[in-house]
Ligand binder design. Sequence first.
Ligand SMILES: NC(=O)c1ccc[n+]([C@@H]2O[C@H](COP(=O)([O-])OP(=O)(O)OC[C@H]3O[C@@H](n4cnc5c(N)ncnc54)[C@H](O)[C@@H]3O)[C@@H](O)[C@H]2O)c1
Length: 339
Amino acid sequence: MKILVTGAAGFIGFHLVETLVKEGHEVVGIDNINDYYDVNLKFARLNESGIDRYLITENGQLIASSKNKTYSFAKIDITDLQKLEKLFVEENFTHVVNLAAQAGVRYSLENPHAYVQSNLVGFVNILECCRHNKIEHLVYASSSSVYGANSKIPFSEEDRVDHPVSLYAATKKSNELMAHTYSHLYDLPTTGLRFFTVYGPWGRPDMAPMLFAKAITKGVAINVFNNGEMQRDFTYIDDIVEGIVRCVSTLPKKQPRAEVFNIGNSKPVDLMEFISTMEDCLGLYAEKNFMPMQEGDVKKTWANTELLEKVTGYAPNYELKKGVKRFTDWYLKFKAIKN
Ligand SMILES: NC(=O)c1ccc[n+]([C@@H]2O[C@H](COP(=O)([O-])OP(=O)(O)OC[C@H]3O[C@@H](n4cnc5c(N)ncnc54)[C@H](O)[C@@H]3O)[C@@H](O)[C@H]2O)c1
């Protein structure tokens, strides 16, 4: 397979590239390396994949990885249709994994336009390029946030998801609808993945695990929203990557060829349990600021992953302690680049 991974300097994209390359695939990564969070972390991830930040150009030229012969990277924004079309025509991809997006629920209240650009304009560009270049399968990131404030748990793919509580969630639900249309009109096989709170090494600095690790190791109080009365289906990054890889090679069978799966750990954890597990792994106590619920946020997420298990054989391998320990070990080793 020759696979395009968008968002390759991001948390999930970086890990996915590493795995796909190890499995022997030819991989091209793109990312606009935006400054939603510290670009040094994005460059550090690229560096891990053998991409030298000082060789990256603004004109979208591909740079070969110094570590993996089958990996190359270009700085390209998915909203730039011209550069994207050129890349698709020149590179002849067989598969595309679209992870590039403006992520984050809370930031969508501050900067809605960033979400419209990357998640809607950018996504339609990806769909158009896939359609015109006969891509065999497009796998793309959706989100557990599409379930909004649904009270029926665990969340299942057949549940109604028509009541998003953030613009971020609305753009992700839109992606599922847009992909369905392209599968229907142009027979483009598409698979959307609703990720549930992903954590692990090289994680996102705007998400709780990284925010907590940073504050706890600095002796600063952590903010605990809704007074800690929240549950999240925390999912370790290796399980997410395993699920994505399985989906890439599993074409949707039904007509139109549009599939959507939950991908989570299927074991919701109390926020306070997550914090105490992190305290244990770091050997440090966390000062806590108990805060009210934040707008746009949801109290509980829990993935029903039976469909993904049935279709692809996916089974998560990381229970909380094992995952958090791996994360904190990495954090302590690499914290110099993140603080
Ligand atoms: N991490 C999670 O828990 C989680 C949960 C649900 C959904 N998701 C989704 O999974 C995907 C990957 O998330 P992540 O956690 O790795 O986030 P991330 O922010 O670390 O990675 C996304 C990458 O996309 C890049 N990007 C953004 N807009 C772009 C554009 N217009 N053109 C090119 N590149 C662009 C960013 O620079 C970033 O490196 C996103 O679509 C996100 O919405 C993540």
